[in-house]
Design a binder for this molecule. Structure first.
Ligand code: PAF
Length: 278
């Protein structure tokens, strides 16, 4: 596995390769990322993992400065997982001048849910992802369903800009108790780590209620928000949405429940897909 820090070296290394698959990450890797690498390997070509903590997608009050940077350990994990290249540019390499040209995704998808609570987040994500696509020129890219809305925004960007890239979705990897793996889980102390599973339990509770025939979506969302609050969380949203565009559903559509909530200073997100029949 080759670790590359500059765009020029990357282009040289990848010249002549076909069907390259990119797995974009911000590092501090865990088993969830490794499952995306497995997914990428199935595409058959060389696998490039990018590691870059993207300042553009963090608001000034968020955790850009403290976001864990663990390049050496990440590279060991990627080598063991069979990744072929790591692209780990520094900020001066990816943003040598202020990034004035940005990708602004449509508000109907990007200003709701995560975008509502993290204004500008998806502009930052789309801008860096498009730039990484241009650096790596992959035929395939893999994103996790854990960041459900991000996956949808990227898919829409690829479609609307006619990028010749197939987007694959990796399933969410969970700890034994059901907590979705996330780099931010590392911020949780032992007590909060135990409590953290409540978020996925609330989603499962909503799924069970829908399966049992309940259709009072707002009441279910509200009950989950209140239950989280009562346990000391500060929920941003718990929302039952249609899977196709994350808009409010009408009947008979495939649904997804998405949620974001803070436990102490740690903001966690999770989601659960439900069948149309749920
Ligand atoms: O999901 C992430 O880790 C980031 O948002 C991404 C896609 C690597 C862009 O910085």
């Amino acid at each position: 596995m080759r670790v590359i820090h500059t765009i020029a070296e990357l282009r040289q290394a990848l010249a002549g390769t076909t069907r390259t698959t990119l797995v974009p990450t911000m590092g501090n890797l865990h088993a969830g990322h490794l499952s995306l690498i497995e997914c990428a390997k199935e595409a058959g070509g060389p696998v490039v993992a990018s590691i870059f903590v993207n300042r553009l997608q963090f608001a000034p009050h968020e955790d850009f400065d403290t976001y864990p940077r663990t390049l050496e350990r990440d590279c060991e994990m990627l080598r063991a997982a069979g990744c072929n290249f790591v692209f780990a540019p520094n900020e001066a390499e990816l943003y040598p001048e202020p990034q004035a040209y940005k990708v602004q995704p449509p508000g109907a998808l990007a200003d709701i849910l995560e975008g509502h609570f993290r204004p500008g987040f998806f502009t930052g994500v789309c801008t860096v992802v498009l730039k990484l696509f241009n650096c790596v020129q992959p035929r395939v890219a893999v994103f996790g369903k854990k960041d459900y809305q991000q996956l949808m925004v990227i898919r829409q960007m690829v479609r609307q800009l006619a990028l010749p890239i197939e987007i694959l979705a990796g399933e969410t990897t969970r700890a034994e108790d059901g907590l979705a793996l996330s780099s931010r889980n590392g911020y949780l102390d032992a007590t909060r780590r135990v409590e953290a599973v409540t978020l996925s339990r609330e989603l499962k509770g909503i799924a069970a209620a829908l399966r049992s025939g309940r259709r009072d979506l707002a009441a279910l969302e509200d009950a989950a928000m209140r239950s989280l609050t009562a346990r000391g969380w500060s929920p941003d949203y718990v929302a039952i949405r249609r899977r196709s565009d994350l808009a409010a559903p009408s009947s008979g559509e495939a649904l997804v429940v998405v949620a974001a909530a803070k436990l102490g200073a740690t903001r966690l997100i999770d989601n659960l897909e439900l069948d149309a029949a749920s």
